[in-house]
Design a protein around this ligand. Structure first.
Ligand code: GTP
Ligand code: MG
Length: 226
């Protein structure tokens, strides 16, 4: 019985996620789902990234947290629009929560929708939100054993950002071990080294985003002419 219920929830979620994907495609933007443990630097990276993309490219944000609007408040200054979803007890966002948020957001002028998922390394990986890409963050203070311990999300990722690399050399972290563990799970997965506070890796990261968006808008044009 429990298995049936769980499967139905996932199926319903997937149907709504597909609708979200259509909305993103019609708006000609790139939707990015940011997934990581609490505190690995998602909001800090979003603050810097949104500012870096301006003035040419604009971003709308959907943020998930159990409680508070603290992350949304931090992102308001440079984002086109921000929606905060408080999930209460839930450790991840559902596609219907994103769908509801989109109704109140200005996405027609946006080039990107950034979805900051609830801080959690496991649950968000199970739930498609309709995003075009999943970006997984792993920060240096979390430790170099985490990829092997929580492999699922690294298998599903389109990009891994190793964050807080300014702390390499200060904290004990075996970069080679983490890189090998990621490559064992997904040999083609790209890994970028980022320090949001020092600016390291930001150019590569922003270039990756712009290239992905370009591919996505190209896909939209192809879809329309078919
Ligand atoms: N040293 C260092 N600290 C960072 C960096 N990026 C973020 N931090 C710090 O890490 C802490 C958590 O950052 P957030 O951006 O709030 O992390 P988050 O992933 O959004 O956290 P949740 O939303 O709670 O899951 C803050 O104290 C940041 O200042 C970085 O590149 N280097
Ligand atoms: Mg945050």
């Amino acid at each position: 019985m429990k298995v049936t219920v769980a499967k139905r929830i996932l199926k319903d979620n997937d149907m709504i996620a597909d609708k979200n994907r259509e909305i993103f495609r019609d708006a000609g933007l790139l939707a990015v789902n940011f997934i990581s443990s609490p505190g690995s630097g998602k909001t800090t990276l979003l603050e810097k990234t949104i500012a870096e993309l301006l003035p040419e490219q604009k971003t709308t944000v959907v943020v998930g947290d159990l409680q508070t609007t603290r992350d949304a408040d931090r992102l308001v200054p440079n984002a086109l629009d921000v929606a905060q979803i408080n999930t209460g007890m839930s450790c991840h966002l559902y596609a219907n929560q994103v769908a509801d948020s989109l109704l109140g957001l200005n996405i027609s002028e946006a080039d990107y929708v950034f979805i900051e998922n609830v801080g959690n390394m496991v649950c968000p990986g199970e739930f498609d939100l309709g995003e075009n890409v999943k970006v997984v963050l792993l920060s240096i203070p979390e430790g170099d054993d985490k990829v092997a311990k929580y492999p699922t999300i690294f298998r599903a990722a389109d990009l891994v950002l190793l964050t807080k690399v300014d702390l390499l050399g200060i904290l004990d972290f075996d970069l080679e071990r983490v890189t090998n563990d990621i490559k064992k799970l997904n040999s083609n997965l790209e890994i970028l080294h980022i320090s949001s506070v020092k600016g390291q890796g930001m150019n590569e990261w922003v270039s990756w985003l712009k290239a992905k968006r370009q591919q996505n808008v190209g896909a939209k044009a192809k879809f329309i002419t078919e």
